[in-house]
Design a protein around this ligand. Structure first.
Ligand code: PHE
Length: 340
């Protein structure tokens, strides 16, 4: 058999083998057999030195051509077989494998506390009202008897936007909107976001949350206010909590009070959280100033009512022992995931 015949025979054999090859392992055997150091093709190439120079060129070229063709065919088949193996493996589903658990979200602590406050007042018969965060001076100040020279109307204490618009500094704007649209009797709470240009530190933020309350009827007295608030404090902080009211001033209520609870940490003995005096201030309150009723057009002397307002962040910080208000807004999952 001439060298050329041998090469033809190898080519034929190889083509048949490749056509019949269906898996990567036998393909590897084919590779060794036809391209390996001991392959027939290699033997032919090695024996070439004994040929005439014309033959050398012809046989050498042909043998090298075959070598390249073989290598190419093997490579292609290898890729095809590899891809279909990956496919068939992907098809296999191990039903006994544990699933990938979806990470469960949690309710943000501010939302939790706000929901809790809302629930307590709903259980006392209050409704919920919301209003705009971008407000006019009338709703945020004038109708609430806050005069032009009041410090809160300074640009340092309120975010003014274009024109005479501002970001509300309390949710009391909703009180005015409700009273303009409804006649007593009613009792509502007004949860929402408020804004003040305070420098941010551990206890201040330029944005925070409030819940205010308003109850108006023909014969509402200070004792109703006290009853509602002490019920709220006990529901929120526990039955043994004590509440006290200290005289204070707010333009929109008269008389006004600040409301304290006995310190939930030291139970009134005095500790770092209550600055040693045993009490924690949690809200402001009072009887609606008749000037406010006048501003919304209610008949003079017909109605009386009370209002109160609290900061949600402050209450959440006390309840959960959080020392820095900024933690609420940083979206740090290590902090947030603790409130489950
Ligand atoms: N609006 C007051 C504040 O933001 C809170 C308050 C509401 C006080 C109602 C008394 C009555 O500080």
């Amino acid at each position: 058999m001439t060298a050329k015949d041998t090469l033809e025979k190898i080519k034929k054999e190889f083509t048949e083998m490749i056509a019949g090859c269906g898996d990567l392992r036998s393909l590897e055997d084919i590779k060794v057999k036809y391209l390996g150091r001991k392959s027939e093709l290699t033997t032919v190439l090695r024996s070439i030195s004994g040929f005439s120079s014309i033959q050398k060129k012809e046989i050498g070229q042909y043998a090298n051509l075959l070598k390249n063709q073989f290598a190419e065919k093997i490579k292609n088949l290898q890729e095809n077989l590899g891809a279909s193996r990956a496919k068939s493996e992907a098809k296999k589903i191990d039903v006994t494998m544990p699933g990938i658990a979806a990470r469960k979200g949690t309710i943000h602590p501010i939302t939790r506390v706000m929901n809790r406050i809302n629930e307590i007042f709903i259980s006392l018969g209050f409704g919920i009202a919301e209003g705009p965060e971008i407000e006019s001076e009338f709703y945020n100040f004038e109708a609430l008897n806050i005069p032009l020279d009041h410090p809160s109307r300074d640009a340092f204490d309120t975010f003014y936007i274009e024109g005479k618009q501002l970001l509300r500094s309390h949710t009391s704007n909703v009180q005015i909107r409700i009273m303009q649209n409804a006649l007593p009797p009613f009792q509502v709470i007004m949860p929402g976001r408020v804004y003040r240009p305070d420098a941010v530190d551990a206890t201040h933020s330029f944005m925070f949350h409030q819940v205010e309350g308003l109850m108006v009827d023909k014969d509402i007295k200070f004792s109703h206010l006290k009853g509602v608030l002490s019920c709220f404090c006990r529901s929120m902080f526990g039955e043994s909590i004590l509440m006290r009211m200290r005289p204070h001033f707010f333009p929109f209520t008269e008389p006004s009070a600040e409301v304290d609870i006995s310190c939930i940490i030291c139970k009134g003995k005095g500790c770092r959280v209550c600055s040693g005096n045993g009490w924690l201030e949690i809200l402001g309150a009072g009887m609606v100033n008749p000037k406010v009723f006048k501003a919304v057009g209610y008949a003079p002397k017909k109605y009386t009512g009370f209002a109160f307002g609290m900061g949600v962040e402050r209450i959440a910080m006390l309840l959960y022992g959080i020392e820095d208000i900024r933690l609420f807004y940083e979206n740090d999952i290590r902090f947030l995931s603790q409130f489950v």
